[in-house]
Design a protein around this ligand. Structure first.
Ligand code: SRM
Ligand code: SF4
Length: 564
C-alpha cells in the first residue's frame, strides 16, 4: 500500500509544476480570492492570500466576503537591494500596498494588502527591476540569508556571492512563473519535471543562512541548513555545516518544538554547493509527507538520528565531512550607526521598528528611504533583525546621508533604551491568518512599559534582547530572545526567558498564558535581581541561568508549554 500523504502533496503533484489554475483564479471577477488549491500554489510564487482580520466580523455581519488581499514577498539573497530597485519597490508600495514596505526577519521585503488584480503588475515590476518573488514562500529553498554588514569587505563579498549562488542554483526551474506573471510562452502538454524538486517539491519549507563570525546576526542555528564561514588569513576557506534548526511549534503539542541546528562538520568552499544540494535532497526523500507539522528537517534528524543523517550525506556526496573548525560568535543583534569597512567605505545601520517603513507623523520612513535611494551610490542591505543598512558609502557622502536621515525622523538609536534597540516582532494582526495575539502593533506599548520598569532599576541602557511573536510559529525567532512573548490568545502570552544573545542557546518557558500585568509582575523582581547581582558585562539571559532562576541544562530542543 502506498504511504499516505497530505492533501498538499496531491495539490503539488497535479499542479503541472506549480501552474494549477492560478491564471483562471486571477481572472475570476466574482471574488477577491483565489481557489484553495491555487492559494497553496501561489506561495511558491511568493504570495499568500490573506484577509483583513480587523474587518472580518463586520464584513460577516454585512454578509460580504472577507476583505481578501495578498501579501507578496521578494526573494533577495543576502538582503541586497540597489537604489534603483529600492525606488521601484517603493513605488509599488505607494501604488498597490496597504502599509508601506515591511522588512522581514529574513532580510527581504513584504508588501501587504495587494488586491488580486494588482498581483500581476507588481510581480512583473519586481522582475523588471531584476529581482524576483519565486520561491520566497512554499515548499522549496526560501530566501538565502547572509550576514549583511559588509565590514570585512572581501570576506563578506565572497560569502554574499555564495548566498546568491545557492539561491539561484537551488531555486525551482519551472517556467510556470514566467508564464503566469511575465507573459512567458504557454506550456502545451505535460510540464517537464524539476531536476532537484521533482513533481512534489520538498515536504516543507527549507531555509539556508550564512553567518560570518563573530556576527550571528542571521541566527545561523535557527536555519534548516546553517553555514558558518571559516576564514584563514582573511580568505574564506570553507564552512562549518549546521543542520536541523527551526523555530516553529504549536501550543500544547509536544511533537512540535523549536530546535537549534547542530554542527556536523566542515566542508571546503568547493564542496559547499554539492553539500547544500544533498542536504536538501535527503530532506526531499526522507522528510515526512504525511504530517506537515512534522515535515521540517529538524524532525527528520530527531527521528532518524543525526549520525544516520550525516552518514547518508557523506554517502551521497562521496566524501567525508572534515571535523568542524573553531568559531566564536559575539552576538546576534545589529550594530547600529556608522561602521567603516576594511576598504574604507562606510555603512550606516538604521533601526526600523518591526521593519515597517511607513510615513506616520514626524516619522516619514518610507519617504526618507526614497530620498536616500535617490542620492545613494552604494547599495542597501536588509538585516534579519528587520533593520536596514545604507551600505558602501564613500566618506565624502556621509554628511549628505546623515542630513536625509535626520530630516525624516528615523529612530535615534543613540538615545534609545537598550531593550528598544534590539527588539523585534513578527507581523501578526491584522494580516497574518495564524496570529493568536498582537505582535507588531503591541510592541510599542509593551516596550514603553518594560522601559519604565528597567529605568526604575537603573537598567535603561542594558542591552536586553526582546522578541515578540503573535503565535508559536516563531517568525521573530522568539525562542532565541533573552525575553520572549509568544502569543496564546488576545492579550495573553507565554513568557520565555534565558536565551544568550549570541543565538546559541534557546530560552525556557517561564510563565504560560499570562496578561500584561502578569508579564510585568513576573519581570519586575528579575530586573531587580539582575541590577543588583549581575557581573560586569553579563547578559540578562546568562544571569538568569547563573542565578538559578532557570535550569541550566544543555538543550537544543526545548518543548513548548512546559514551565521550568
Ligand atoms: Fe513566518 C508562517 C511571516 C520568518 C516560521 N510567517 C508565516 C505566515 C506566512 C503566516 C501563514 O502561513 O499564513 C506569516 C505572514 C504574516 C504576514 O501577514 O506578513 C509569516 N515569517 C513571517 C515574517 C514576515 C515575519 C516578520 O515579521 O518578519 C518573516 C518572513 C521571512 C521571509 O522573508 O522569508 C517570517 N517564519 C519566519 C521565521 C524566521 C526565520 O526564518 O529566520 C520562522 C522561524 C524559523 C523556521 O522556519 O522554523 C518562521 N512562519 C513560520 C512558521 C512555522 C514553520 C514550522 O516549521 O512550523 C509558519 C507556519 C507555517 O509555515 O505553517 C510561518
Ligand atoms: Fe503570524 Fe505567528 Fe508568524 Fe507572527 S509568528 S507572523 S503570528 S505565523
Amino acid at each position: 500500500m502506498a504511504p499516505q500523504v497530505s492533501e498538499v502533496e496531491h495539490i503539488k503533484e497535479r499542479s503541472r509544476q506549480l501552474r494549477g489554475t492560478i491564471v483562471e483564479s486571477l481572472a475570476d471577477p466574482t471574488t477577491g480570492s483565489v481557489s484553495e488549491d491555487d492559494n497553496r500554489l501561489l506561495k511558491f510564487h511568493g504570495s499568500y492570500q490573506q484577509d483583513d482580520r480587523d474587518l472580518r466580523e463586520e464584513r460577516r455581519k454585512q454578509k460580504l466576503e472577507p476583505l481578501y488581499a495578498f501579501m507578496l514577498r521578494a526573494r533577495l539573497p543576502g538582503g541586497v537591494v540597489t537604489p534603483a530597485q529600492w525606488l521601484v519597490f517603493d513605488q509599488l508600495a505607494q501604488d498597490y500596498a496597504s502599509s508601506g514596505l515591511r522588512i522581514t526577519t529574513r532580510q527581504t521585503f513584504q508588501w501587504h494588502g495587494l488586491l488580486k488584480h494588482n498581483l500581476k503588475p507588481t510581480i512583473a515590476a519586481i522582475n523588471h527591476a531584476l529581482a524576483s518573488t519565486i520561491a520566497a514562500c512554499g515548499d522549496v529553498l526560501r530566501n538565502v540569508v547572509a550576514t549583511p554588514l559588509p565590514e570585512q569587505s572581501s570576506l563578506h563579498a565572497q560569502a554574499l556571492a555564495w548566498a546568491s549562488k545557492l539561491s539561484a542554483e537551488l531555486a525551482p526551474q519551472t517556467s510556470a512563473y514566467h508564464e503566469i506573471w511575465l507573459d512567458g510562452e504557454k506550456l502545451v502538454g505535460e510540464a517537464p519535471v524539476e531536476p532537484l524538486y521533482g513533481k512534489t517539491y520538498l515536504p516543507r519549507k527549507f531555509k539556508i543562512g550564512l553567518a560570518i563570525p563573530p556576527l550571528n546576526d542571521i541566527d545561523v542555528f535557527a536555519q534548516d541548513l546553517g553555514l558558518i564561514a571559516i576564514a584563514e588569513g582573511g580568505e574564506l576557506v570553507g564552512f562549518n555545516i549546521a543542520v536541523g534548526g527551526g523555530m516553529g511549534a504549536s501550543h500544547g503539542d509536544p511533537a512540535t518544538y523549536p530546535r537549534l541546528a547542530e554542527v556536523i562538520g566542515f566542508v571546503t568552499a568547493e564542496q559547499l554547493r554539492a553539500t547544500a544540494e544533498q542536504v536538501i535532497c535527503i530532506q526531499r526523500d526522507w522528510g515526512d509527507r504525511a504530517v506537515r507539522k512534522h515535515a521540517r528537517l529538524k524532525y527528520t534528524l530527531d527521528d532518524r538520528g543525526t549520525d544516520v543523517f550525516k552518514a547518508e550525506l557523506e554517502k551521497r556526496l562521496g566524501f567525508a565531512l572534515q571535523p568542524a573548525r573553531a568559531f566564536h560568535f559575539d552576538h546576534n543583534g545589529d550594530r547600529y550607526g556608522w561602521t567603516e569597512g576594511e576598504d574604507g567605505r562606510w555603512h550606516l545601520t538604521l533601526k526600523i521598528e518591526s521593519g515597517r517603513l511607513l510615513d506616520r507623523g514626524e516619522r516619514r520612513l518610507l519617504t526618507g528611504m526614497r530620498e536616500l535611494a535617490k542620492v545613494h551610490r552604494g547599495d542597501f542591505r536588509m538585516t534579519c533583525n528587520q533593520n536596514v543598512i545604507i551600505a558602501n558609502v564613500a566618506p565624502a557622502e556621509r554628511a549628505r546621508i546623515d542630513a536625509i536621515v535626520a530630516a525624516h525622523g528615523f529612530e535615534d538609536y543613540q538615545r534609545q533604551s537598550g531593550i528598544r534597540r534590539h527588539a523585534t516582532s513578527c507581523v501578526a494582526l491584522p494580516t497574518c491568518g495564524l496570529a493568536m495575539a498582537e505582535s507588531e502593533r503591541y510592541l510599542p506599548t509593551i516596550l514603553q512599559k518594560l522601559e519604565g520598569l528597567l529605568e526604575q532599576h537603573g537598567l535603561r541602557d542594558a542591552p536586553i534582547l526582546l522578541r515578540l511573536s503573535g503565535c508559536p510559529n516563531g517568525c521573530s525567532r522568539p525562542y532565541l530572545g533573552e525575553i520572549a512573548l509568544v502569543g496564546r490568545a488576545p492579550g495573553r502570552y507565554d513568557l520565555r526567558l534565558g536565551a544568550d544573545f549570541r543565538g546559541q542557546r534557546m530560552n525556557r518557558p517561564y510563565r504560560e498564558n499570562i496578561d500584561e500585568a502578569a508579564i510585568l509582575a513576573a519581570l519586575d523582581p528579575l530586573f531587580a535581581r539582575y541590577a543588583a547581582e549581575r557581573k560586569e558585562g553579563e547578559g540578562f539571559g546568562d544571569f538568569l541561568l547563573r542565578a538559578g532562576v532557570l535550569p541550566d541544562e544543555p538543550a537544543h530542543r526545548i518543548p513548548i508549554g512546559v514551565v521550568a
